[in-house]
Design a protein around this ligand. Structure first.
Ligand SMILES: Cc1ncc(COP(=O)(O)O)c(C=O)c1O
Length: 420
């Protein structure tokens, strides 16, 4: 039998799966080269099929907050699986996870589970339109809200990496009611706007923090015209802090979307709001939304296990890990004379090869597309450290990243910086 290598698997994958991957950023398109095919992962590490070990800062793009294959998550999933894998009927764990999330997020009274972040935002937008009887939605350039048609305009993450301003196959009608505004500028709204959707910390154009007053300004402008404010917390939710972005910034939206962390690595998303708004959802109201696998028992078991470990001390620890990485890498770049900034909001970290910290998509794009990230990425990968294969992604640390991994990352960064 032929030896299993990344290259052979990628060749075979490309014959069977478009681009060889099931999500575009994984294809290494913007950095070049062959993706590593993961064989297994543990704590801060992923191991590929050639037995290479990488310190992992992708962490599944956010879900693996405890590190990979955490024993408590594995035990919860294993135990749940012995009872069955999907029922099409409600379970106690759905009630428990809703209670946990609602208790953490001040202002969110009810929520519903779905199977991805895309589904959460798509459903929340429909609900906002149904609840307000209005059509227009406002989103911000460089924010990514999943791949539902209405939101595939000026998207961050893989959309930006591919250099797309939208997507073929999306009809003009599907985006006719989507207004795109620059991040960090409060747009003037009118009474046609149903909802303003925003990443409270933009984490799909690298990491761009909200400018002081931006989220407060959105809250006030939405209130002025009776529009709803939706925080897309698919990345920030239960990663930034115990209660999410509303707690961190002291601005309470009308609606929330979650994903990633809440599923403990299994497919799960959620959207929530006040009881008044959620009452518009079927079976109570006329806004339809459903899912065969929504509230899946394996995903809720994993989600409950992960949430039970995310107390306030865990967030302090996570922020400490991100801060050590930020300080070490920033010093390494400075010592080598490499222009680099590493914006950080709590445990959320970014990296741009530029002098000035980007505040919007245009600035982020200029930094992301200057060609330096690609060389950094491969230099680090060659030294056993995996950052995301694209300059538009955030850096994800986990609670499993210890001093040894941070020091090894900074040492590798020092060597790579010298070559940049
Ligand atoms: C802020 C944000 N919203 C929505 C999504 C879509 O989530 P999913 O990929 O689970 O569909 C993502 C995914 O990266 C995201 O970062």
């Amino acid at each position: 039998m032929t030896e299993k290598t990344n290259e052979l698997l990628f060749q075979r994958a490309k014959q069977l799966i478009p681009g060889g991957v099931n999500s575009p950023v994984r294809a290494f398109g913007s950095v070049g080269g062959t993706p590593y095919f993961v064989e297994h992962a543990e704590g801060p590490f992923v191991y590929d099929v050639e037995a290479n070990r990488y310190i992992d800062y992708v962490q599944s793009y956010g879900p693996s907050i405890l590190g990979h294959a955490h024993p408590a998550i594995i035990a919860a999933i294993t135990e749940a699986a012995t009872h069955g894998t999907s029922y099409g009927a409600p379970t106690e764990n759905e009630v428990l996870i809703a209670a946990e999330m609602v208790s953490r997020v001040e202002g969110m009274e009810m929520m519903r589970l779905v199977s991805s972040g895309t589904e959460a935002v798509m459903s929340a937008i429909r609900l906002a339109r149904g609840a307000t009887g209005r059509n227009k939605i406002v989103k911000f350039a460089g924010n990514y809200h999943g791949h539902s048609d209405a939101l595939l305009v000026a998207g961050g993450s893989g959309v930006a990496q591919q250099g797309l301003i939208g997507s073929e196959g999306v009809t003009p009608g599907a985006v006719a009611d989507t207004i795109v505004a620059p991040y960090n500028v409060v747009p003037a709204l009118d009474e046609s706007v149903a909802v303003v959707v925003v990443e409270p910390v933009a984490a799909n154009m690298g990491l761009v923090a909200p400018a002081p007053g931006f989220l407060e300004g959105l809250r006030a402008e939405c209130d002025r015209v009776g529009a709803l404010l939706l925080f897309d917390e698919v990345i920030t939710g239960f990663r930034l802090c115990h209660g999410g972005a509303a707690e961190w910034f002291g601005v309470t939206p009308d609606m929330w979307c979650f994903g990633k962390v809440i599923g403990g690595g299994l497919p799960m998303g959620a959207f929530g709001a006040t009881e008044d708004i959620m009452a518009n959802l079927a079976p109570l109201g006329g806004v339809y939304q459903a899912g065969t696998l929504s509230g899946n028992p394996l995903a809720t078991a994993a989600g409950l296990a992960v949430m039970s470990m995310l107390d306030r001390a865990a967030y302090e620890q996570l922020t400490g890990i991100a801060t050590s990485l930020q300080e070490g890498m920033t010093t390494a770049f400075a010592d080598a004379g490499v222009a680099a900034v590493m914006p950080r909001v709590g445990p959320l970290l970014g990296l741009f090869f530029t002098d000035a910290t980007p505040t919007n998509f245009d600035e982020a794009k200029a930094a992301a597309d200057n060609g330096v990230y690609k060389r950094f990425f491969h230099g680090m990968l060659d030294r056993g450290v995996a950052f995301a294969p694209g300059a538009y992604e955030a850096i994800f640390v986990s609670l499993a990243h210890g001093d040894t991994e941070i020091d090894a990352t900074v040492d590798a960064c020092r060597e790579v910086a010298a070559e940049l």
